[in-house]
Design a protein around this ligand. Sequence first.
Ligand SMILES: [Zn+2]
Length: 337
Amino acid sequence: MMSSSVALMKAKEPLCLYDHSLLPLGDFEVYVRIEACGLGLADWNVAMRDAVPRTPLVLGQEAVGRVQVVGRGVKHLSIGSRVGITPLSTTCDTCDACSRGQLQYCANAFFHGFHVDGALCDVGLFVADQLIPAPDVLTGAQLAPLYGSGWTAMGALRAAGVKDGMRVVIFGVGGVGHLAVQYAKTLGAAVAVVDPDKSRAQFGITLGAQMVVDAVSVSKSLQAVWDGFDVAIVCTPSIQAITQACRAVGPGGTVMLLGHAPTTRIDVPLQDVVTRGLNVRGSFLGTLNDLQEVVALARTGVVVPTVERHPMSEAPDLLYKLRDGGFSGRLVFEPGR
Ligand SMILES: [Zn+2]
């Protein structure tokens, strides 16, 4: 089976279009014809690393497609099944994290677009176990971001205990943030957004946020207006945003860090964290329940990602523009266009 893809041929080199033969199908694997694949800062991080586990490496950690060929041992999928592909390729099912149901923190996990080839391709080979049945509603482009960005957004809100009546501030209204705004609303929270890009901040308002807070005066104005937030969701690896988030939450508040980069170190205001008893923590993806909730909200049309669609061939150029932002919603690439 031949595959056209977008790959990193060598660490830190520009991405390029890459045609190759897929490996023969194992008993517990499937070939999936990809409808659409989202790209975000996580992929940019991979492309910028000094070293990656293997090359050539096909990128892509969130996608939707249809099963084309099924390995002999696969029971839960058949030819034509629509599936979602998440960042997770395989987990061990035996470590402490797996035993707790936190597959995303598996000590022995392999990730798409990092340890193994990802989904930025027309046809790819995937381990069947971790593929999630996808609904037959919405386009592939609308569904693809749910399996990475959507899962991350909901996972963070649930891990932070967001519920009815809470006040939540979202830093960064991009691929993950624009979904976090909407999911926080569905959980009953009052939502504010912070984004240095005025059009993206305004985009947050159109999605249901009640307030935009000026990033420069954030520490003063946030507390003045709402007397401190219960939860801050920081979707960017910006050190400034993390500092602002620590000042934006009230006593006992939670600062949930989602944006990450391999070499970034954070600088938190210790006085705020200690004397106001803040809970500063990280969150990555979510539980399978969180993902199912995300898919259910999309199926009924309550929260559908806003996407900017491009042919797959444009991915190498556009990936490098991600760092500078400017996109409202998620960038998705379609091999069939
Ligand atoms: Zn494990």
